[in-house]
Design a protein around this ligand. Structure first.
Ligand code: TRP
Length: 332
């Protein structure tokens, strides 16, 4: 039997999951399960580059696992695990940090942004974060790494590090490809349609666990456009707010832009915005209910992350052992 291609991605449990994570990432992951061998993890080790409240981090990590499952990631078919449960990530991270240049880390735009935002805590982890991410990826020898546009640079440095290592030691790492979702899968903030949907702007961010009333209110307040036309028409350039709402509506209903334009022809935003809200409420309802149900089932979630860590370790340590041997560490 031919081996399936491997797919891997992770999300930091530094905030509650939202519609952007779902439509831009998790929903698409769930669709690929039959064609790929899939690994998805909670990147808890990455979150501590910024100060976290320990109780919140623990709660969000478990909640994120529950949400992954509720969003359709079947833990029997996908390997779902918590990053810190597989020490190989930190172990390979150290090795790779010796094959990563200070200069190339200095060029990472996310480091520059975060250093600017957290001036009182520019720690070494914030700087070497892309090395840990490279380890996350390379350990599993994936073919594809689905990430948002903002993480593309980190996948590129991963490729550079892998090629550098391979050029010294032979073909140790597979060179992964970033897998950027098509434009329509990128969701922007409801109040800031020029920037991606983000937990840091909660009024424009629909969380997976938001109550229906809250979701309805957020959509009513969504920014549309300031032109006179006031009609539902897809124009990403001049009407980004409307385009974003159409993307959301299209993603949850399966309707094309033309169908949406026809449905709301002559109806104005006062009808369109609540309709998008309703469609999102109905899409998120079962996800929210299932997440809340799973959170209460601690024993089940425990069994999932244990099994996930075990399966992930198997693959990860195969790579780590090879790396240790190549660089000259004595086998125990
Ligand atoms: N850095 C990613 C983010 O902030 C999360 C992440 C960590 C990741 N390790 C990864 C994504 C490995 C893909 C592959 O969104």
């Amino acid at each position: 039997m031919e081996e399936k291609k491997v797919m891997l991605s992770g999300i930091q449990p530094s905030g509650d999951l939202h519609l952007g994570n779902y439509l831009g990432a998790i929903k698409n992951w769930a669709d690929r399960v039959d064609d790929f061998d899939c690994y998805y993890f909670m990147a808890d080790q990455h979150t501590i580059t910024v100060r976290q409240n320990p109780a919140d981090l623990r709660r969000r990590t478990i909640q994120q696992l529950a949400a992954y499952i509720a969003c359709g990631l079947d833990p029997e078919k996908n390997t779902l695990f918590i990053q810190s449960h597989v020490p190989a990530h930190a172990q390979l991270g150290w090795v790779l940090s010796c094959y990563t240049m200070f200069g190339e880390l200095s060029r990472m735009t996310q480091f520059k942004d975060k250093a600017e935002k957290h001036k009182d805590n520019i720690n070494a982890g914030l700087f070497t974060y892309p090395v840990l991410m490279a380890a996350d990826i390379l350990l599993y020898q994936p073919d594809f790494v689905p990430v948002g546009e903002d993480q593309k640079q980190h996948v590129e440095i991963t490729r550079d590090i892998a090629k550098r290592f391979n050029s010294v030691y032979g073909e140790v790492f597979k060179i992964p490809e970033p897998f950027i979702p098509r434009a329509g899968a990128r969701i922007y903030g409801l109040t800031t349609p020029d920037g991606k949907m983000s937990k840091s702007i909660p009024e424009g961010c629909v969380f997976l666990l938001d109550e229906p009333e809250v979701i309805a209110r957020k959509f009513k307040k969504a920014v549309t456009d300031s032109d006179r036309e006031r009609c539902v028409r897809y124009d990403r350039e001049n009407k980004p707010g409307v385009a974003n709402l159409m993307d959301i509506y299209s993603a949850v209903t399966g309707c094309s832009y033309e169908e949406i334009e026809r449905e709301f022809d002559g109806k104005g935003y006062g009808v369109f915005k609540p309709a998008v809200g309703e469609a999102v409420i109905e899409t998120l309802r079962p996800i929210r209910e299932e997440t809340l149900r799973l959170i209460k089932d601690k024993a089940y979630l425990e069994s999932v992350y244990r099994q996930g860590a075990e399966r992930a370790s198997k693959r990860a340590y195969k790579t780590l052992n090879k790396v240790y041997k190549k660089v000259g560490f004595v086998a125990r």
